[in-house]
Design a protein. Sequence first.
Length: 216
Amino acid sequence: MKVRIARMLAPVSVLGPGRRLALWVQGCHLACPGCASVDTWASDAGEEVDIEDLATRMAHVLIRDDLDGLTITGGEPTEQGEALAHLVADVRARVAQHRGDLDLLVFTGRTQAAATLRASALVAAADALVAGRYRADLPPTNPLVASANQTITWRSSAAEARYREWFAHLDRPTLEVAASGEDLFLIGLPRAGDLDRFRRSMRDRGVLLDSVSWRA
């Protein structure tokens, strides 16, 4: 079984509690206006990888860097729900040989009900699920939603307490920047206008961005 991915970055600290490994999957047919990751929409782009090979790579990073959790976003994870559910199970099994359970956060542009119908095993595996289409006209209400219409559900009271404690230490949505080769990655949930402000800020510092993911 294979899965198509856009990128994988670690450590990430703005997409869930603690230091995490973040996986962006490739392919999304929702095409929400104002999406920050237009480059992940095309279902024939990115990299197609074998699940076992990817699980090996991910578990190695999670164990080596003693990361606290895994975040899956995209793209639209439910469009590869079965493959990702197998991937998560494999990664968790490998990590469990060295430490405790692995926290999983999943983002989907579908409602929770629609996501469950399409990718029930992946939704069931998530400790936290952020669901709903992105709406640029509805400002976010907490650090894990990109717009106010989106919902968060937790698998257990322990997971909810873990996330709410993380919320309490953040007074606004946070972004972080990572570099890989000639690429810069702006990670997190930007507010309306943040992306273009970032591009102008880079230009003012002499860094010209040839292309940007939100206008791919």
